[in-house]
Every structure is written in structure tokens, then in C-alpha cells.
Design a protein around this ligand. Structure first.
Ligand code: FES
Length: 126
């Protein structure tokens, strides 16, 4: 089972989903992993309080790239309230492997960026 999950991580790393940027995003946020300096940016188009489109640009290791790619798939169509409920466990479940403290920061960078964007916005577009 472990091998299967690792293959999925590599597959997302090699062929990331939703890579790129959005023109005129409703929400955009960028942050970095303090341990390595790698960066991640997530752009969202929001419609009726749900994620209509998501793109990311990230520089980093396989775990961080794969986690971000998987997270973007996970949030398509989700409401902003649902996204606020996403936790560290959701990311680890989707990655499906045990991570030490350093790799944990890599895996959770995307969630930190996503939440930063969601909580940073003052008014939702209608
Ligand atoms: Fe930089 Fe993983 S080593 S994000």
C-alpha cells in the first residue's frame, strides 16, 4: 500500500495538476517554507462562495509539489467554509505516508498558503 501512495506522490510531482497562475484571481496568496526558503503561491477564482478554479506555482521538493497538486484537486468546487475546515490530517491522509518534522513543513506549506489566502480576503466576490 505504501508503494502505491509513493507512486502517486511521484506522479503528482512529475505531472502536477492545476499548475500555473490565474488572471485576475479573487484570492491569491504566497508564502514560503522557513526551513528551506521554497515558495508556493495559490490563486483562486471564487463563484457563489465556492472554488471555481485554482492554480498554483511552487518551487520545492517532491512532497511539497505533490501535496500542493493534490490539495488543488481536493478543493475544486468546495465552499470557502469547507476549506477553512481542512486540517493537517487531510493533507497527510491524501499523501498517505508518515513524515518527519522537516518533511511535514514541506507537506503543509500549501495548506498554510491556502488558508492565508482564504482568511486574508475581506469581502467575497459575488
Ligand atoms: Fe523545500 Fe520541501 S525542501 S519545500
Amino acid at each position: 500500500m505504501d508503494t502505491l501512495y509513493r507512486e502517486e506522490i511521484l506522479e503528482h510531482y512529475k505531472y502536477p495538476r492545476n499548475k500555473g497562475t490565474l488572471e485576475k484571481p479573487d484570492i491569491t496568496y504566497k508564502d514560503f517554507n522557513p526551513l528551506c526558503g521554497d515558495e508556493c503561491q495559490i490563486d483562486l477564482h471564487v463563484k457563489d462562495n465556492r472554488v471555481d478554479e485554482v492554480k498554483f506555482m511552487a518551487k520545492g521538493c517532491a512532497i511539497s509539489q505533490a501535496a500542493t497538486s493534490m490539495l488543488t484537486e481536493m478543493i475544486e468546487g468546495k465552499s470557502l467554509e469547507e476549506i477553512k475546515q481542512l486540517s493537517k490530517k487531510d493533507i497527510l491522509d491524501v499523501l498517505g505516508i508518515e513524515l518527519g518534522p522537516v518533511r511535514l513543513k514541506c507537506a503543509l506549506l500549501c495548506l498554510k498558503v491556502l488558508k492565508g489566502g482564504i482568511y486574508g480576503i475581506k469581502e467575497w466576490p459575488t
